[in-house]
Design a protein around this ligand. Structure first.
Ligand SMILES: NC(=O)c1ccc[n+]([C@@H]2O[C@H](COP(=O)([O-])OP(=O)(O)OC[C@H]3O[C@@H](n4cnc5c(N)ncnc54)[C@H](O)[C@@H]3O)[C@@H](O)[C@H]2O)c1
Ligand SMILES: [Zn+2]
Ligand SMILES: [Zn+2]
Length: 399
């Protein structure tokens, strides 16, 4: 089959690789019809997530048709159309029982989990296409993919719903939702969201659905800020304004009640601390650049909530622990417990309460995935989300 493989920093290629096979009775093989490139894939593309190996197949946002099921799978059958969560979870362990699916204890093979135990104290769950730290599972930017524990994760989707409407159930919609949920929004609240990428834009929609009085979005790309505005947010371009001052003015001097860092470990900008982080990251003295998170914690009102869907991989410097503690802030974060939110979010899409397709700026055949990565990485203003279609001929025009 054809699949998008990582070969090195900013080097991804579509190659012919062996077809996946059923390994365990609860597996299924999915023929991928749509798969997206995520901001999290950019961290892999940029080589800042450890334990990726040349030849690894990327992709954790995908959906398609079930073409084969293991004998232990009582839920799926050949021909079903499903969206697959990026988190691999067994459904039975202590964590899955608590619906903390991204903490699943059984989906990261032991020899790989040792690495996450060393870094994080306990093993992380398995994720599709996300380096060997999270299990080394081949991802879904491919024609076919093996889905472990396929009786737990995949959600069947109604025939009358288009791929593009439901694809983002695999990750960014539940991620935006959980980010807003972690804000514990109360009536009258202002929520400030750093980053108007796909995750930030879904966090904005979710916060408004949950009753936020005002959502303020922060980024530096005019087109992404415009999308935030269309969703109902007020916006701040951090290139033109002092973010902290602007937030103070927009909240009657109090500051936002809750803040969301939907930027993660590769913060843009040339603030002093960000330049410091660039230098330290280059010298491998720090793994992540947490400028947006520092700013969010600083701007959050006393007693407020800090929600961090943005991905961080390792260790940061100059973390404002004093501000967090002295202001009495609550910090909540995590890889999304995708499975927990799927039926409810599918209903919201069906009832047109959440708009998903507005986000898609490009649809490309799988063969053009390397071009997609380049665009999503270098032309972020106009490239809001790229959906790859493995079924399309290589010569198909982008839409
Ligand atoms: N927790 C999870 O389960 C989960 C799931 C999916 C994605 N993520 C993470 O969420 C983050 C966002 O993902 P995405 O797909 O939206 O990525 P993206 O790269 O498309 O968007 C990030 C946005 O942040 C903006 N940004 C950069 N620096 C900023 C700053 N200093 N202030 C304000 N905005 C700034 C960028 O301009 C960009 O628009 C990433 O870190 C991704 O890895 C987490
Ligand atoms: Zn993703
Ligand atoms: Zn589990």
């Amino acid at each position: 089959m054809r699949a998008l493989t990582w070969q090195g920093k900013k080097d991804v290629r579509v190659e012919t690789v062996p077809d996946p096979e059923i390994v365990n009775p609860r597996d299924a093989i999915i023929k991928v019809t749509s798969t997206a490139i995520c901001g999290s894939d950019l961290h892999l593309y940029d080589g800042v997530i450890p334990t990726l190996m040349a030849g690894d197949i990327l992709g954790h946002e995908f959906m398609g048709e079930v073409v084969e099921v293991g004998r232990g799978n009582g839920k799926l059958k050949k021909g079903d159309r499903v969206v697959v969560p990026f988190v691999i979870a067994c459904g039975k362990c202590f964590y899955c029982q608590k619906q903390q699916f991204s903490a699943c204890d059984n989906s990261n093979p032991a020899d790989k989990a040792d690495m996450s135990e060393t870094l994080y104290g306990y093993q992380s769950s398995g994720l599709f296409g996300y380096a060997h730290l999270t299990g080394g599972y081949p991802g879904g930017q491919a024609e076919y993919v093996r889905v472990p524990f396929s009786d737990v994760g995949p959600i069947k989707v109604p025939e009358d719903m288009e791929d593009d409407e439901v694809l983002f159930l695999s990750d960014i919609l539940p991620t935006g939702w959980m980010a807003a949920e972690n804000c514990e929004i109360e009536k009258g609240d202002t929520v400030a969201v750093w980053g108007c990428g796909p995750v930030g834009l879904f966090a904005i929609q979710s916060a408004l659905i949950m009753g936020a009085h005002q959502v303020i979005a922060i980024d530096h790309y005019p087109h992404r800020l415009e999308l935030a505005k269309q969703l109902g947010a007020k916006v701040i371009n951090f290139r033109d304004a002092n973010v902290y001052q602007a937030l103070i003015e927009m909240t009657g001097g109090i500051g936002p009640d809750a803040v969301i860092d939907a930027v993660g470990m590769e913060s843009h900008g040339f603030a002093f601390d960000n330049i410091y982080d660039y230098a330290k990251q280059t010298m491998k003295l720090e793994t992540d650049r947490p400028h947006a998170l520092r700013q969010a914690i600083f701007a959050c009102r006393k007693g407020g909530r800090v929600s961090v869907p943005g991905v961080y991989g390792g260790f940061v410097d100059k973390f404002p622990l004093g501000a967090l503690m002295e202001k009495g802030l609550t910090l909540r974060t995590g890889q999304t417990h995708v499975q927990k939110y799927l039926p409810m979010l599918l209903d919201l899409i069906r009832d047109k309460k959440v708009n998903t397709t507005f986000l898609i700026s490009h649809r490309l055949p799988l063969e053009k995935a390397p071009e997609g990565y380049r665009k999503f990485s270098q032309e972020q203003n106009e490239t809001t989300k790229i959906v790859l279609k493995p079924g399309w001929e290589a010569a198909s025009q982008a839409q």
